[in-house]
Design a protein around this ligand. Structure first.
Ligand SMILES: *Cc1c(COP(=O)(O)O)cnc(C)c1O
Length: 420
């Protein structure tokens, strides 16, 4: 006997469904009235999360392979993480950098230990970490030769943020052109082409900045010979290597920092996104000889390193160990790669898989936004990286079953383009 829904009940459920949808539409209308139009948002209003799932205001469930753009590594509603935040809120949330606070000291120790760097400066975002790293590189070079015309080499198709400094080293003309003039002295090289970098090096070069795995630009991991070659150029010419690990760091590629797998270290590293797992915090960290170029008055921030944000980062590092996050990334990413490779074989419109660990991209020859919108309808959150790459950056706690579910929904979502 199947359960029967009476006409009255059916009508009640239908009315409720209509009411919910009206509410969701009202929120979205209001958003378009009051927020700057800097985003074309997907048409869902998210309400709460649990593990690897998010729920919208209608209660619809989504398997999340976006993690708030590679942020929520530990999954949603992690009780230990939430409790650590609640505990800190009840003690003190903000003190300013005029005084010391214990969570910041603890978090700095954890970052130096994990990164191989010696000193840390806390920021509120990835962009600010980039700003600080650029200033540190300039000050280091200024101390060395007193010149004020130093150059920085950045990469084409890179992404480092939206402020004027970070935008100046972001190799994307579309983002840059309306905001010129930007910071001067920036040269752009081809990523993964060492000769193109070598051609730009001169006496004024003070730093080379790059992502260890390019994220927004389309998920391109650095080739070992490229990153090793860059390290050598830097060593030979007293040029600083700034590795932007804001997206690829914090365990996403299977090691705490992606450069560990290459057996090299930067002089300055930037970190953010998963560092606070949702609480806004970033940092740049540097080797002692470099970090010492900054003295009181050179740099500052009101919020950076505040006890609440640092309590979040501390708990993130602790839970990475307790929950064996790196091991899970290694195990599940091998499975994810094999499943994605099968999609490349099976579908003609998927031409390539690129990525490392749980930072993967599928190159598609059909409109990626159509696939993403259909996936959302089917209860899966995925994002893009550039115009033709479907990006998968799930929470680092996902299981092989989650991967199976994701593949199933994704294949179902392909129907929208296969039938067109
Ligand atoms: C997201 C990102 C940034 C900017 O970080 P925000 O926190 O958005 O300011 C910089 N670099 C990379 C590689 C990123 O992925």
């Amino acid at each position: 006997m199947g359960s029967r829904i009476s006409f009255a009940e059916n009508d009640f459920i239908y009315q409720k469904f209509v009411a919910w949808n009206k509410m969701e539409n009202k929120y979205m209308e209001e958003a378009e009235q009051v927020l700057l139009h800097t985003y074309n948002r997907f048409r869902i209003v998210l309400d709460k999360g649990e593990g690897v799932y998010l729920y919208d205001v209608n209660g619809k469930k989504y398997l999340d392979f976006a993690a708030g753009i590679a942020v929520f590594a530990l999954g949603y509603h992690n009780e230990k993480y939430n409790n650590a935040l609640k505990h800190q809120i009840d003690k003190v949330i903000h003190t300013s950098n005029l005084y010391y606070n214990v969570p910041a000291i603890e978090a700095a120790k954890k970052i130096t230990k994990a990164s191989g760097m010696d000193r840390v400066f806390f920021t509120n975002s990835g962009t600010e970490a980039i700003e600080g790293a650029l200033k540190l590189a300039k000050k280091y070079a200024y101390n060395r030769d007193g010149a004020a015309d130093h150059e920085i080499i950045a990469m084409k198709h890179s992404f480092h943020g939206r402020s004027i400094g970070a935008l100046s080293v972001t190799g994307n003309a579309h983002y840059q052109i309306p905001f010129q003039p930007l910071m001067s002295g920036i040269q752009f090289a081809e990523y993964n082409q060492l000769e193109s970098v070598k051609a730009l090096v001169n006496k004024k070069t003070c730093a080379i900045i790059m992502e260890t795995v390019q994220g927004e630009g389309g998920i391109y991991p650095a080739k070992p010979e490229f990153i090793e070659g860059i390290r050598k150029i830097c060593d030979e010419n007293d040029i600083l290597l700034i590795l932007d690990e804001i997206q690829c760091g914090m365990g996403r590629t299977g090691t705490m920092f992606a450069y560990e797998a290459y057996g090299i270290e930067p002089d300055i590293v930037t970190v953010a996104k998963a560092l606070g797992c949702g609480i806004p915090i970033g940092a740049f960290a540097a080797k002692e000889r470099v970090a010492n170029a900054m003295v009181p008055g050179d740099h500052g921030t009101t919020y950076g390193g505040n006890p609440l944000a640092c309590a979040a980062a501390n708990k993130v590092f602790e839970l990475f160990e307790e929950e064996n996050i790196l091991e899970n990334v290694k195990k599940v990413s091998a499975y994810l790669e094999s499943r994605l490779d099968k999609l490349v074989e099976k579908y003609e419109f998927i031409t390539e898989r690129r990525g490392k660990g749980l930072m993967q991209g599928l190159v598609v020859t059909k409109p990626v936004s159509q696939i993403i919108n259909r996936a959302i309808e089917n209860g899966l959150l995925v994002i893009s990286a550039g115009a033709d790459v479907l990006r998968l950056v799930p929470p680092l706690i996902i299981t092989e079953e989650n991967v199976d579910d994701m593949i199933e929904i994704l294949e179902k979502s392909f129907s929208c383009i296969l039938n067109s």
